[in-house]
Write a protein that binds this ligand. Structure first.
Ligand code: SF4
Ligand code: SF4
Length: 303
């Protein structure tokens, strides 16, 4: 007989965070490690409208949600992204995951004003996967390093302190040299106290083609979860809204079993069995979706 102790099942403790797949799978880039294979032509998931997001924000407020996350694709391809963040900052803190290649000064100035009028903060997570064009561009596309750095400078100039997220497409043993490379590059670019977060790759989507998928052995078991701090797993305290409904987490939106319901309250009540290889990565590394930094100075892949 299967019991709660042998099944790797996670029940939501409380819906603390709500994510929005705001631009679906549409991105201006086509990174070769993107775990949901976003691109300018991937319409698997569509854009959420501002009205749909306002409805979810209202529902989430009643459920006691404490923070909001916006991801894609590239969120700033959404024609009303600034307004959506302004709406959100009226009710809670917001984090937006961006590749920073399409940011406009006027948007950032408006967002800085919205933040200064709000009791809540706005965080930017900027994905860059190498500390120079030679290491970043083979993963994210030609010219993307220079464009992302221009975006980082705009953010810093407007008074934001972006969290630079880098996906570990190198060996774990090279972390400290990569981290110091990032720190020194960002300081040279005028970001004096950079925040950097290193993330593991998730072997799904384009990354599965690049480096191979998970083996059958790379699975979480109920025994592994005994005495494990489940609050590290985003599915323990979050859900994500997409154009298809409410899913268990931002990582598994393409997995049919991860679509829990059409409404937030029902999706919050449904436990989830960690049956995917990606769950093994979450288990191994912990806190991969949070804003907690890795390195010196306070340390993603979508966006
Ligand atoms: S991929 Fe991670 S966050 Fe998603 S259900 Fe599995 S363990 Fe939870
Ligand atoms: S990793 Fe991010 S920036 Fe790259 S294609 Fe995916 S969503 Fe776009």
């Amino acid at each position: 007989m299967t019991s709660e102790s042998t099944t790797a099942r996670v029940t939501l403790s409380h819906l603390d965070e709500l994510w929005f797949q705001v631009t679906g799978t549409r991105c201006n880039l086509t990174c070769n490690h993107c775990f949901i294979s976003c691109s300018p032509h991937n319409n698997s998931f569509g854009f959420l409208s501002r009205t749909e997001i306002q409805k979810s924000l209202e529902e989430s407020r009643q459920l006691g949600v404490k923070g909001y996350y916006f991801t894609g694709g590239e969120p700033f391809l959404h024609p009303e992204m600034v307004e959506i963040l302004e709406d959100t900052l009226k009710i809670g803190p917001a984090t937006v995951l961006t590749n920073a290649t399409v940011l406009k000064d006027e948007w950032l100035q408006r967002l800085q004003q919205a933040q200064s009028k709000s009791r809540y903060s706005l965080e930017f997570r900027v994905s860059i996967d190498g500390f120079d064009a030679e290491t970043n561009d083979p993963i994210r596309g030609e010219g993307t390093f220079a464009r992302a750095i221009r975006g980082v400078k705009k953010l810093v100039h407007t008074g934001f302190l972006p969290i630079i997220t880098a996906t570990r497409t190198w060996k774990d043993s090279e972390d400290s040299s990569m981290l110091s490379g990032f720190l020194s590059m960002l300081k040279q670019q005028g970001y004096s106290q950079p925040r950097i977060k290193l993330l593991p790759t998730l072997k799904l989507g384009a990354e599965q083609n690049r480096s191979g998928g998970y083996t059958d052995q790379q699975r979480v078991t109920g025994e592994m979860l005994q005495d494990y701090d489940r609050s590290q797993l985003v599915c323990e305290h979050s859900r994500i809204v997409t154009t298809r409904g409410v899913h268990v987490c931002p990582i598994l939106i393409e997995s049919p079993d991860a679509l829990l319901s059409n409404d937030l309250a029902t999706a919050a009540q449904k436990p989830y069995t960690l049956g995917h290889g990606a769950c093994f990565t979450c288990y191994q590394y912990g806190a991969i979706c949070s804003n907690i930094s890795t390195g010196s100075g306070p340390s993603g892949a979508s966006a």
